[in-house]
Ligand binder design. Structure first.
Ligand code: FRU
Length: 724
């Protein structure tokens, strides 16, 4: 809590920054509250503390809270790289406690507050943060100094750290005979597990606590969480079904002495909020999104025995990115998804970053037990961002399942590919039949990627390197038939943003022949992946991207893009990828409206009578002498500038050529997106946009001249979720 008005006495005592040591403030003795323009008798060295107290959050700093009054010590002057010290004048210890507020970095030597007596540090405190993310909130701290009564002391605030969380904040040092309502260091709770989930209340944007959940006989689970101290925005759930009857010990790094959320942690057989699951107002109706928490990249897209597996980067405990786990869902048709328990938890090698999955048909890894083929996930352990374990560089590991992906075991000798360069990550593995070997495309650093090979998924050898100008992260590498001719194939390589190279591959080296070409023109597409092991599906190449779309007010955030089928087709510019919705999507159609071929004059709208929320619209329009043609779909305009041959939606523009004076459009409208496909997939433009809920109107228009509708069909769609 940040009081807006300080007690008058403090204001009088502190006309300059610092109270006179030894002056009584009621029962307490104020040492310093940093309300003045400078540090008074405190001495600063270096740059980090600036010329005087800061007035709260500084440029490029996350919001600072929890300090008293207007001013505080904040060593973020010059950002994290700056260093310095701030030392109080000497004062006599006249009370049993020194109470103060502290925040920032957690390094007992480099970002800390010390109490020095006779030049020796007798007490030490730090902020709570030693991981990316975290919180700039100051929290109460208390030193018991009874044993030093009558001695002379100084307080020294130190910032000698230059990296992430290389700063410290502090405020309001008071001598007192009562301990400040303080912070509990490492409070624990024990729960005997009788139900499926441990429920944890989350307040988005609240202070982050680091929690450790230790279950007898299991590796501890570490994560940070904005644990709600009051009404939660939503409840995160940890699946503990496998540990029924065992004791779970939950430990927090620190918490205020009373914390409603800590007390509220409980267990249940259904996730909290299950009654309204998939009925949330912004829940995408035919794009996958996790039940709760954050998602980003799709991972491990593999097809086995009629099931499409979709793993996904997942923060089960937060609405924002962090704590990367692999969430998991399965579908028989790419449309209806069932979310399964988390597949991969962070471990001593790091949190679980992106990667891929394969079916080990020939048991090359020797991990098969029983009749089912082994499914193998190849993932990045992002060493440096794990809690609770020593820092280590990023490496690649594997996990396997012998029960169709229902349970996962990490390989005992991970990593299978130790650190190579930079934050190397996102292994995409494919089987290369001509060489009877596995091939891994791996992102190294910058625009650099490398290809590795292996006979057994456990040992990898670097074969060659690939550079994709303007592109990093999440490589994809596959062979694809040109114009559907399986005897005439090309290889395609691309990374996170989809800039792709078309070329050839000799089993060792990829040689680009053209590119990079943009795969898509939307505003929300990133980090896509395509399915492996699709031989039974005629080798079709199905891609799912991350849909980078925020879901304000929802207990989940971000979604997967629409599953699309990629094809490589000859164009007058050379071979290019085309994308079209996976054919299964048609199964969601419940009612279709066909508009007869007809002229389209300015002011006319043959769609005026159609009203629908979820739509799949296909049109062929001859542009005639119109200047602009297009659609207004529930308040969102998709318009085509005939002269420029350019399509616009929101702030995105993309070229779309007239073919015999016509354009073809396929537009799919969900609650938070419009997927746009032009000219049979030559234009692929997924748009993240929150579609106005109460607007169900549709319009097709021509402006500045007349066009002609050649064909126009509007399909109303049903939700893909079972409860709708
Ligand atoms: C891409 C990415 C990957 C990484 C993952 C972490 O969005 O940055 O490179 O593996 O997200 O969540």
């Amino acid at each position: 809590m940040k009081p807006t008005i300080k007690p008058l006495l403090h204001a009088i005592l502190c006309l300059s920054a610092i109270a006179v040591p030894g002056v009584r403030a009621a029962d307490d003795i104020l040492i310093a509250d940093f309300e003045g323009p400078d540090y008074g008798q405190w001495k600063a060295t270096g740059e980090a503390f600036g010329p005087g107290p800061s007035r709260g959050t500084m440029p490029n700093q996350m919001p600072v809270s929890g300090y008293k009054g207007q001013g505080l010590v904040n060593s973020f002057h010059g950002g994290d790289p700056a260093t310095g010290t701030l030392t109080s004048p000497e004062f006599a210890i006249e009370r049993n406690f020194i109470n103060f507020l502290i925040g920032g970095g957690k390094d007992a030597a480099k970002t800390c507050v010390n109490l020095l007596i006779d030049g020796k540090t007798v007490r030490n405190a730090t902020g709570p943060n030693d991981q990316p993310g975290g919180s700039e909130e100051l929290a109460p701290e208390c030193w018991n100094v009874e044993e030093f009564s009558g001695k002379h002391a100084v307080i020294q605030i130190i910032d000698q750290a230059t990296g992430g969380w290389g700063h410290i904040s502090a405020d309001h040092f008071v001598q007192s005979d009562s301990k400040a309502a303080g912070v509990l260091a490492n409070p624990t709770r024990e729960i005997v597990l009788t139900k499926r989930y441990i429920n944890l209340p989350v307040k988005n944007g609240g202070p982050k606590r680091v929690l450790t959940v230790s279950i007898e006989g299991e590796a501890p689970r570490y994560f940070d969480i904005e644990l709600a101290d009051g009404a939660p925005d939503w409840w995160a759930s940890m699946d503990v079904a496998a540990f029924r009857g065992k004791k779970a010990t939950i430990k927090a790094d620190r918490l205020p002495e009373t914390h409603a959320g800590w007390e509220a942690i409980d267990q249940s057989d259904e996730i909290k909020g299950a009654a309204t699951l998939y009925q949330e107002p912004l829940r995408p109706q035919f794009h996958f999104s996790p039940r709760r928490g954050w998602t980003n990249d799709p991972n491990g897209l593999v097809f086995y025995k009629g099931e499409y597996h979709l793993f996904f980067q997942h923060n089960p405990y937060g609405w924002s990115w962090g704590n990367m786990h692999w969430g998991h869902a399965v579908s028989k048709d790419l449309i209806h998804w069932q979310e399964l328990p988390v597949a991969l938890y962070p471990d001593e090698h790091g949190t679980m970053y992106s990667g891929s999955a394969v079916v080990d048909w020939n048991n090359t890894a020797g991990l098969q037990k029983g009749p089912e083929k082994t499914l193998v996930c190849i993932f990045t352990a992002a060493g440096t961002s794990g809690f609770g374990y020593p820092k280590c560089p990023f490496s690649q590991g594997i996990a396997y399942s012998n029960d169709c992906g229902r349970s996962w075991t990490k390989y005992a000798n991970n990593p299978v590919l130790p650190h190579v360069a930079g934050d190397n990550r996102d292994p995409k593995v494919i089987w290369y039949a001509p060489g009877k070997k596995w091939i891994m495309a791996l992102f190294l650093d910058g625009n650099g990627f490398a290809l590795f090979s292996s006979n057994n998924l456990k040992q990898w050898e670097r074969m060659s390197d690939v550079t994709v100008p303007g592109c990093g992260e999440c490589p994809e590498f596959f062979e694809i038939a040109l114009n559907g001719d399986k005897r005439n194939t090309k290889w395609v390589f691309y990374g996170g943003n989809g800039f792709y190279l078309v070329g050839k591959f000799d089993g060792k080296t990829f040689t680009p022949e053209s590119g990079p070409h943009p795969m898509q023109q939307g505003n929300c597409w990133y980090a896509s992946q395509t399915y492996t092991d699709m031989a039974q599906e005629d080798g079709r190449r199905i891609l799912i991207p991350w849909g980078q779309i925020g879901f304000p007010g929802m207990p989940f955030n971000q979604m997967m893009g629409l599953p699309v089928e990629l094809t490589l087709r000859s164009t007058r510019y050379g071979p290019r990828l085309f994308a079209n919705p996976a054919k299964e999507h048609a199964s969601l159609r419940v009612k279709s409206h066909t508009i007869e071929p007809q002229p389209l004059k300015p002011g006319e709208n043959p769609l005026a009578a159609v009203k629908a929320e979820l739509l799949d619209l296909a049109a062929e329009i001859a542009c005639g002498d119109a200047v602009e043609v297009g659609f207004n779909l529930r308040g969102i305009t998709v318009s085509y500038d005939v002269k420029k041959q350019e399509l616009t939606c929101q702030d995105k523009k993309a070229p779309l050529q007239l073919v015999d004076g016509k354009i073809r459009l396929r537009l799919l409208v969900d609650r938070t997106s419009i997927d746009i496909f032009g000219n049979d997939g030559r234009l692929y433009m997924p748009m993240g946009v929150i579609v106005p809920q109460d607007n169900l109107s549709l319009e097709v228009f021509a402006k500045g001249g007349s066009a002609k509708i050649h064909s126009l069909q509007v399909h109303e769609l049903k939700s893909a979720w079972p409860s709708q």
